[in-house]
Design a protein around this ligand. Structure first.
Ligand code: ZN
Ligand code: ZN
Length: 256
């Protein structure tokens, strides 16, 4: 039994066959998922998918790439939706310096506002980080994100930042890159993260694990991520599945 903690079943890549994708995940033993909303279109759809499936939950937040489009109206809307019974986290939010649609200063402000919102509604945060680790950590510290904790989603940076994230009550979530042949960093992280802070995810439709790299990712493939972590830690797949699923329950405050 696995928990895919970060999946975009609400992305247009799944419009045609979403229910088949969900069924394939359930059939592969991926019983739980969090569908992450990140803009005006994907947030309501995340909630709709969660309403239709008992073991699927939603997260609501604003993606840093589109930070420039977020006004106070969107922030208020996210706050309102956070009280929905299937919403379990605020995010994804963070910083993405790979794309330049939103200036860094705008991204930082929108990130800070969402951390404050998560603290106000007392929910964990899902953080998206691309090429911005040091600025992310600085803002997390300044805004005291530790109060609510959360997830460093698709963690893909050096293991040397892991302890700082753990100290702020954050979990480390690993995805497809841990299976990539030329990716030493996530493998090192997979071996070092304390077991009680480890999560697995797909970030589907992106970042499909080996041997599906380059294809559309889907939640069933989170099994490949968990298998790789089990191999790296010399543990059984069942142990990794059980531990990461329990971790997700406790982080998202889900009562079974
Ligand atoms: Zn992301
Ligand atoms: Zn995502």
């Amino acid at each position: 039994m696995l928990f895919d903690t970060h999946v975009h079943l609400n992305a247009t890549q799944f419009t045609e066959d979403r229910n088949e994708v969900i069924k394939r995940a359930f059939d592969t033993g991926i019983k739980y998922m969090v569908v992450v909303g990140f803009d005006r279109e994907t947030i309501p759809l995340a909630i709709e998918i969660a309403e239709q499936n008992e073991t699927i939950y939603a997260a609501v937040g604003w993606h840093p790439v589109d930070a420039i489009d977020m006004t106070d109206a969107e922030l208020a809307w996210i706050e309102e939706l956070s009280s929905h019974p299937k919403v379990v986290a605020i995010g994804e939010m963070g910083l993405d310096y790979h794309w330049d649609k939103s200036p860094k200063e705008v991204q930082k402000e929108v990130f800070r506002k969402q951390i404050r919102l998560a603290k106000k509604v007392n929910m964990p945060i899902i953080i998206h980080n691309r090429e911005a680790t040091e600025d992310i950590i600085e803002i997390m510290q300044e805004e005291d994100a530790k109060q609510v904790g959360g997830i460093m989603h698709c963690y893909n940076d050096s293991a040397r930042y892991v302890q700082t994230c753990l100290d702020m009550n954050f979990y480390i979530s690993l995805g497809g890159p841990v299976t990539f042949k030329n990716a030493p960093l996530p493998k090192e992280v997979a071996q070092q993260v304390p077991l009680d802070r480890l999560l697995v995810e797909t970030d589907a439709p992106f970042l499909a694990p080996h041997p599906n790299r380059g294809k559309r990712n889907e939640p069933a493939y989170v099994k490949l991520v968990a298998e790789k972590i089990a191999e790296l830690r010399e543990m059984s797949f069942d142990e990794i599945s059980k531990i990461t699923t329990e971790n997700a329950f406790s982080l998202f405050n889900i009562k079974k």
